[in-house]
Design a protein around this ligand. Structure first.
Ligand code: PEP
Ligand code: MG
Length: 299
């Protein structure tokens, strides 16, 4: 079992915890925290120095950086976003970035400049169809051309990845894999959008249930397709350290599990006690279940 255990971070300060946690890489850098609780968007230079600090502090460890994921429960008043009845289904993440190319391009410029010598991957959140990934990649290429024209050094060797958080993208994974270097499953959102249950609503715990068969079939489809097509597929939502579902993800061939740093040592110990053949059998058994209760009994 060759599985990378990675940490999720929100900024340069988390890198100290990263080194204490025994993580091998950063599987998710939530860049939006730099944009929250302030009166104006961070400038390109401010972002550049923050991203550069993250790269420098990581000392060559690989990092996957997610572009801005604002909207949903994360709002920034200076963006003057319109009121939405259902913000989680609204102008969030990549959708906001397409509406505000000024904000998106500034972030990309800062990242590409800061990452010119780093080992990293750029990933886009809330992708629902291939066109969005293609448009995001086109904007990256445009920004690179602008930097080239200005004589500014920038990153060309980073990887490009897609977050799988929306069912319409999950079921097109065999196509997405042709266009990316890696895939990262955001289980917090994928579960919310698959079961149509608000991830923040405590009344819906029975519906927002990771043992839901339809949800697990979808994860199995994404992970096994990526494995077949030799594209690295990680999980960066909070199920990545679920003590029972770990076996399921491993049986499906997950490449990386990324979580808050404090869960890494415990997860490493749990993985050490697992048997690969048993994990595969467990997946086969779960694929025949028809109810959530039946799935639960498999563990
Ligand atoms: C996820 O949806 O699982 C994820 C990692 O993204 P976030 O929790 O930041 O929405
Ligand atoms: Mg998400």
């Amino acid at each position: 079992m060759q599985i990378t255990l990675a940490a999720n971070i929100s900024g340069p300060d988390d890198v100290t915890t990263f080194f204490k946690s025994d993580a091998e890489a950063v599987g998710l850098y939530r860049t939006e925290f730099l944009f929250l609780d302030r009166t104006a968007a961070p400038t390109e230079d401010e972002q550049f120095s923050v991203y550069k600090k993250v790269f420098d502090n990581l000392n060559g460890k690989h990092i996957l950086i997610r572009t801005l994921d604002i909207g949903g429960d994360k709002q920034a008043s200076y963006l003057n976003m319109k009121f939405e009845e259902n913000p989680f289904l609204g102008v969030r993440a990549i959708r906001l970035c397409f509406q505000r190319p000024d904000i998106f391009k500034t972030q990309l410029r800062a990242l590409l400049r800061a990452g010119s010598d780093a080992s990293w991957g750029l990933m886009f959140p809330m992708i629902s169809q291939l066109e969005e990934l293609q448009d995001a990649k086109t904007i990256v290429t445009q920004v690179q051309q602008e930097l080239r024209d200005e004589g500014v050094s920038f990153s060309t060797k980073h990887q490009i990845g897609v977050m799988i958080e929306i069912p319409s993208a999950a079921w097109m994974i065999d196509v997405f894999t042709q266009h990316v270097d890696f895939v990262s499953i955001g289980t917090n959102d994928l579960l919310q959008y698959t079961c149509a249950a608000d991830r923040l609503n405590p009344e819906l715990k029975a519906v927002y249930n990771p043992f839901n068969v339809g949800f697990l079939r979808q994860i199995q489809h994404v992970l096994t397709t990526c494995k077949k097509q030799h594209v690295s597929a990680g999980i960066c939502g909070s199920l990545s350290h679920h003590p029972d579902l770990l076996q399921f993800f491993i049986g499906c061939g997950v490449s990386e599990l990324s979580m808050t740093a404090q869960h890494i040592l415990k997860t490493r110990a749990l993985i050490a006690g697992l048997n690969a053949a048993h994990c595969k059998q467990l997946v086969q058994k779960i694929m025949t279940c028809t109810t959530t209760a039946e799935v639960k009994k498999c563990f």
